[in-house]
Design a binder for this molecule. Structure first.
Ligand SMILES: CC(C)(COP(=O)(O)OP(=O)(O)OC[C@H]1O[C@@H](n2cnc3c(N)ncnc32)[C@H](O)[C@@H]1OP(=O)(O)O)[C@@H](O)C(=O)NCCC(=O)NCCS
Length: 182
């Protein structure tokens, strides 16, 4: 299956609904996108609303990945939202040459087939086209994600041991990764 990528998709009620569902499904499947699998739909819906508020304020930019039959779905491509990445932009003059990549996720049914690499390459292209000089990521340790991002050229530049606590007895390293865009 090939995916279509759309930068800054129009934020319709349908897109809000699909994003909320995607984020919930990915979180329930154990994805490393801010929550743990016990998260509720209401918690994700609230977080999705806050995320679109950041987009509306120009603080974040969205990249959407779509799949579908060209007829159903709520977005301009006629496809179903199956993946996202967001660039968190900075206004401070000291840091506005780079961006943090957040909420990188793919529908659990599509993971492991190379779509994640494509999603991230599109994200890198979007950042380059925006004139950014580097990208940064904060990765949850213990998920193997360092090797995924390493395939794209990201390098580990810092690690806070146990900096993330997912549950009373589940501490993970907070891993910082960095990609110069030259
Ligand atoms: C992370 C994610 C976007 C990767 O997308 P994907 O489609 O599953 O990954 P790909 O199939 O493109 O993987 C490309 C390569 O990276 C590797 N890889 C992907 N995820 C990996 C992981 N968690 N650990 C180790 N390697 C991984 C694959 O094995 C593959 O390598 P190969 O070609 O040598 O087999 C996707 O798995 C996802 O949405 N996960 C849940 C959300 C999440 O954790 N996001 C990360 C936020 S920091």
């Amino acid at each position: 299956m090939s995916l279509t990528f759309v930068r800054d998709p129009q934020v319709t009620p349908g897109l809000r609904e699909e994003f909320s569902r995607l984020w919930y499904d990915v979180s329930r499947a154990g994805g490393s996108v801010g929550f743990v699998p016990s998260v509720t739909e209401e918690e994700v819906r609230a977080a999705a609303g806050a995320q679109f508020a950041r987009v509306a304020a120009g603080e974040h930019r969205m990249l959407g990945a779509y799949a579908g039959d060209g007829e159903s779905g709520a977005d301009a491509t006629g496809g179903r939202l199956v993946g996202t990445a967001f660039l968190r932009l900075h206004t401070d003059f000291k840091t506005r040459h780079w961006s943090m990549v957040v909420l990188v996720m793919l529908d659990p049914g599509l993971q492991g087939g190379g779509h994640g690499l494509r999603l991230m390459r599109e994200t890198v292209d979007m950042a380059r086209d925006a004139g950014l000089e580097a990208l940064r990521l904060e990765v949850r340790g213990g998920m193997g994600l360092e090797s995924f991002y390493g395939r794209l050229g990201f390098k580990e530049v810092g690690r806070v041991p146990g900096g993330l606590r997912l549950a009373a007895d589940d501490y993970r390293d907070d891993v910082q990764m960095w990609l110069p865009l030259d």
